[in-house]
Write a protein that binds this ligand. Structure first.
Ligand SMILES: Nc1ncnc2c1ncn2[C@@H]1O[C@H](COP(=O)(O)OP(=O)(O)OP(=O)(O)O)[C@@H](O)[C@H]1O
Length: 266
């Protein structure tokens, strides 16, 4: 767990302003959902937080320490899980410990006992302990993504980033995987930022919401302020009729329906 401070962060690619003066602070252990249309700047922001992309200006600190490049205490879950398909779920989870294992040790599969325990604990967190020996390539997409989460947990991060972790899954698997990400974050009191395209899933699992548009942070707030009008602002002219209808039926005060509600899926 960590406090993340992003201050006046900008990133341009030639004439494209991918991030435009973005600032926010995330306290210890918060579960943040990042929303925005395609091209809004979500991946760029996550890559800057991960130290893979260098911002044009501004700064990011984790517990006061500036992010200057990739760091072991920041783990990332991707849409594509990049697992070693011939290897077991357990061996894949263990690769999360590579950052603290020498090349030769990893080559011969010699990991520390603590790391082995950590891999089993992580598989337990994502509900796959009984499938630890299963080949990753033989698992379903949702299970593979859960192995990817376990691998990220074995890294023992202070900050967990997830870039559209459920974009390629069917709705039921997507919910399941999100449930495990939240569980992992809650068990470890882990500050987490997950970018999502599905507004209904965001509303179900998000604690705090960051909305981006054209590289700018256009919304930063909690569940009660995350109204349909805010969703309209983030997504522009996308249809929000389904949510509005649901809002009128469920909650006349204008707040989006809470956990379990199904809205239009973007
Ligand atoms: N390496 C790059 N080189 C040039 N332009 C880039 C690069 N990466 C991103 N961009 C541009 O920066 C803007 C923001 O892109 P980014 O991938 O961060 O958006 P996004 O919100 O994550 O989109 P998506 O949801 O489609 O992944 C876009 O206009 C994109 O074309």
């Amino acid at each position: 767990m960590s406090t993340i401070e992003v201050t006046n962060l900008s990133k341009s690619y030639g004439s494209v302003q991918a991030l435009d003066d973005v600032s926010f602070t995330i306290p210890d252990g918060e579960f943040v959902v990042l929303l925005g249309e395609s091209g809004a700047g979500k991946s760029t922001l996550l890559r800057c937080l991960n130290g893979i992309t260098k911002p044009t200006s501004g700064s990011i600190t984790i517990d006061g320490e500036p992010v200057k490049g990739p760091r072991n205490d920041v783990a990332m879950i991707f849409q594509q899980h990049y697992l070693l398909e011939q290897m077991s779920a357990y061996s894949n989870a263990l690769t999360g410990a590579l950052g603290r294992t020498s090349f030769l040790e990893s080559l011969f599969g010699r990991y520390e006992t603590d790391d082995k325990h950590e891999a089993l604990r992580a598989l337990d967190t994502v509900g796959l302990l009984d499938q630890a020996n299963q080949r990753a390539g033989h698992m379903s997409g949702g299970q593979q993504q859960r192995v990817g989460i376990a691998r990220a947990l074995v890294q023992n991060p202070n900050l967990l980033l997830a870039d559209e972790p459920v974009a390629s899954l069917d709705p039921a698997s997507a919910e399941n995987v999100m449930r495990y990400i939240r569980r992992a974050a809650a068990e470890r009191d882990l500050s987490t930022i997950a970018s999502l395209h599905q507004v209904n899933i965001a509303r179900e699992f998000g604690e705090r919401f960051l909305g981006m548009k054209n590289g700018e942070l256009v919304f930063d707030g909690y569940r009660d302020d995350f109204t349909v009008d805010v969703i309209d602002e983030i997504y522009g002219d996308i249809e929000t009729d389904a949510i509005r209808t649901e809002r009128t039926a469920d909650e006349p005060d204008g707040r989006p329906a809470q956990s379990g509600a199904r809205a239009h899926e973007y």
